[in-house]
Structures are given as structure tokens and as C-alpha cells.
Write a new protein. Structure first.
Length: 450
């Protein structure tokens, strides 16, 4: 097998891998990118982008539900689920081809196939062997496997985004982002939805008070939530699926048309033969330094969902890819900073957050001031008939800097970016409060939140 030589070989054609190509191609480096499925990876093809099409439909149903408050008479809406899935597929169908053209313009050689290490600086794909000065692991993530008897009966978000028939009932195993976001869409579309979470709290990484608000709203629209659950098995029953679980010391049984793995995602690295590349990995987590390089092989870089220390989010993958690309070009000079990167859970309404939770700030021993607001009765919230409007802003008493911001509703998925900007550039709480915003907007309420 003849070896082909590149400056950079990227494993994965998603946001992270594509993010690497900008800096390295501007520097004139030769690049090969290996992708086994579609260019773009999970987010635009099987994740956040198509999911947002369904979420948008959920928003429309939510607005119709509130129409009577605005004295608008409407009939009961009926969602054509198969047509919605067709719309979703139509909106994303050109993404891989568009990205292929983009990579061609950058003179990146895209190779279709499954990659694996063939040495510390070599990759095998099909009958080709590629040698490189730098190898980038940007292989994304996959649904977390669950060691439950009958787990093979579960489907994942991939199937949910393709099924053209709305199931009458669904059970989500796991109370993470996928379960909450899809659960809201399914419930508003008329499905019976149950979420079973092993931990005491849904969305365990989020602020406890914010999660309590979104759980109450989830239950308001008919979603059943059970936390502290231990699953025993999943089994076929009467052309449906039966889930047997323990809750509060007693055995329970629930049946549904679909059982969905909503337990999150793990790095997709187990088929890369990392040992052959001298890449240390434990329990699916590649060991990386602060410059996103393998601790055991400095020629190997990691970015995107394969990074074990960062949130698995599309913009973070792009951000890390750019950092890896610049480190390849300039040497190990850049490290990611995740403190001011905002996140959102796209329920309806959304839960948004940036920075520390109140519990984390207290655990760090910081002297903080917490501004917590139930805004449901504020004029702006009443004007738009919000079902929930809540915020919590955490401020460092010593410096007046923003340490964290958390929202449910009230356009929080947009407002949170203002606080992320403030955190990144050191804008104080007083400076934000003194900023004059256009009125009436939700942004104009920020000064009252503080």
C-alpha cells in the first residue's frame, strides 16, 4: 500500500473538521478530510438544524394555544406530521452538496470512508494509507448506549427526524436536552409523552431553579416527568413497547408506541484504533491538553463532540476547530475558553444559560449577589401572554462582573447572548443596567432583572 502525504488529515466532516480547514488552508497546507456519512455531520443533517424545523412548528402551536388571550378566534390546530417531516428534509437536503462545493473551493480533498489509525502519524481509509504531520480527530458523537435489557428496542433522534408518522405515545429514557426538546414538540403535536430520568433532576448540568420552571411548564402541556428512576427492562407488548422501572421504591410499568434513547451522546472514537495511533483514551474519552492535543501524541488534535471536556454543541465544535487549525499553523498558542459561551435548550419556551449556576458559584466560594425574577406578571410578559417568564442573574459582589445568567422564556435564548458578551469583555452588571435599550423589547427588561 503506497503512502500519500498530507500536511493535515481530518477525521470527520462536521462543524469541527470544517472549522479546522479555514486556518490551515489559508496557510497553504495540504488537507484531506475523511467522512463516512454526509458532510456537515450530525448537526445539519441529523441534529440541531432539522430539529429546529420541528421546534418552529412547536412555537406555532404554542402561539395558536395563546391566541384567545389576544382575542383571536381559531379552531383546534391539526399538525400534518408527515408533511412537516417532508419540509424538514427539504430544508436540509442540499447541505452536504453545498459543503462539498465549499471544501472543493478550499482545495480540501474529501474522502468517503471509515478512517482508523495505522500508526502515530498515519491513517488507513479503504485501500489508502495517508501520512500527515497533523491528524485531527473530529468524529463527533453518537447516542449513548444504555446497558438495559431490551435496549435494542429503543430508537434515537436519527429515527425521530425521519419517521413520517407521529407516534401516539412515546417514552424518553433520560431527561436531557433531546428528551425535553423533542418531548415538547411531540406533546404539542398531540402525542402522549413520558420522560424517565435516573438522576434527581432533569438537565442535571443546568441551574436547579431554571430546571424546576421548565419542568413545571413541561407538565403543564401534558408531559409526565419522573426522576430518580431505575430502569429494569424494555420489552415488546401488544404491538407496543413496555418499560418496567423502579420509582420511589416501587415497580412501575408504562407502555408506548416508541421508546427513545434520550440519555445524551458520547464521543464517536471507538472504531478509530486509537492505540495504533498512540492516542491515550479511557472509557471513550481521549486525553487532551489545554491546546486540544492528545497528551500522548502531540501530532494528534481533537475538536468538537470528541473533546471530553466541553459541551457537545455545534458552535463550540466550530470554535474548537478554528483553535485547532490555528494551533496547527502557529504552534500550540491557543486554548478554548468556555466560560462565556451561551447554551439553549429549545423547548417552547426555551431554557437558556451562560456561565455558572448558583450552586457552582457557591461551591467555588465566591461572594455573589443573585437577582432572581419571576417575570410572569411583568407587563411585557403579560403583553405576549407568556406561560413562563423567569430569570436569574449571578453577579460577583467584589467585581460587579456577571458570573452567570439563566432564563426560561422571555426571549431568553436571545438575551443570554448579551450576558455572554458581557462576560467575555468584562462589561459589569452596572454597565448593563445603565444601557438604554429600545422599548418595548424584552431586552429593555434587563435593567429590571438587575
Amino acid at each position: 500500500m503506497r503512502s500519500e502525504k498530507f500536511d493535515v488529515v481530518i477525521l470527520g466532516g462536521g462543524n469541527a473538521g470544517i472549522g479546522v480547514t479555514g486556518p490551515v488552508r489559508r496557510a497553504g497546507m495540504s488537507v484531506a478530510m475523511i467522512e463516512s456519512l454526509d458532510l456537515g455531520g450530525t448537526c445539519p443533517n441529523r441534529g440541531c438544524t432539522p430539529k429546529k424545523v420541528l421546534v418552529a412548528a412547536g412555537h406555532a402551536l404554542h402561539e395558536i394555544e395563546r391566541a384567545a388571550i389576544h382575542h383571536i378566534s381559531v379552531g383546534k390546530p391539526k399538525l400534518d406530521w408527515s408533511a412537516l417531516i417532508d419540509r424538514e428534509k427539504d430544508l436540509i437536503k442540499d447541505i452536504p452538496a453545498n459543503l462539498a462545493r465549499s471544501m472543493a473551493r478550499r482545495d480540501v480533498e474529501v474522502i468517503k470512508g471509515h478512517a482508523a489509525f495505522a500508526g502515530p502519524n498515519a491513517i488507513r481509509v479503504g485501500d489508502r494509507r495517508l501520512e500527515a504531520r497533523h491528524i485531527v480527530i473530529a468524529t463527533g458523537s453518537k447516542p449513548r448506549p444504555l446497558p438495559i435489557p431490551g435496549a435494542e428496542h429503543m430508537i434515537t433522534s436519527d429515527e425521530m427526524l425521519s419517521e413520517r408518522e407521529l407516534p401516539g405515545s412515546v417514552i424518553f429514557v433520560g431527561g436531557g436536552v433531546i428528551s425535553l426538546e423533542f418531548g415538547h414538540v411531540y406533546a404539542r403535536a398531540g402525542a402522549d409523552v413520558t420522560i424517565l430520568e435516573a438522576l434527581p433532576q432533569l438537565l442535571p448540568a443546568m441551574d436547579v431553579d431554571a430546571v424546576a420552571r421548565i419542568q413545571t411548564e413541561s407538565e403543564r402541556i401534558g408531559i409526565r416527568v419522573k426522576t430518580g428512576v431505575s430502569l429494569k427492562r424494555i420489552e415488546p407488548a401488544n404491538n407496543r413497547l413496555r418499560v418496567v422501572f423502579i420509582h420511589e421504591g416501587a415497580e412501575h410499568v408504562a407502555e408506548a408506541d416508541r421508546v427513545i434513547n434520550g440519555a445524551g451522546r458520547v464521543a464517536n472514537v471507538d472504531a478509530l484504533d486509537l492505540a495504533a495511533g498512540n492516542v491515550d483514551c479511557s472509557n471513550g474519552r481521549v486525553a487532551v491538553d489545554r491546546h486540544l492535543r492528545s497528551t500522548s501524541n502531540s501530532q494528534v488534535h481533537v475538536c468538537g463532540d470528541a473533546v471530553p471536556i466541553s459541551p457537545q454543541l455545534s458552535p463550540i465544535a466550530t470554535y474548537e476547530g478554528d483553535i485547532v487549525g490555528r494551533n496547527i499553523v502557529e504552534g500550540p498558542k491557543y486554548s478554548p475558553n468556555y466560560e462565556s459561551i451561551a447554551t439553549s435548550v429549545y423547548t417552547v419556551p426555551a431554557l437558556a444559560a451562560v456561565g455558572l449556576t448558583e450552586a457552582a458559584a457557591n461551591q467555588n466560594g465566591l461572594a455573589i449577589k443573585v437577582h432572581s425574577n419571576d417575570m410572569h406578571d411583568w407587563f411585557s410578559a403579560r403583553t405576549y401572554a407568556e406561560t413562563v417568564a423567569w430569570s436569574k442573574i449571578i453577579v460577583d459582589q467584589a467585581t460587579d462582573r456577571i458570573l452567570g445568567a439563566h432564563f426560561v422564556g422571555h426571549a431568553g435564548e436571545e438575551l443570554v447572548n448579551i450576558f455572554g458578551l458581557a462576560m467575555r469583555f468584562g462589561i459589569t452588571a452596572t454597565q448593563i443596567k445603565d444601557t438604554v435599550c429600545a422599548y418595548p423589547t424584552f431586552s429593555s427588561d434587563i435593567r429590571h432583572m438587575l
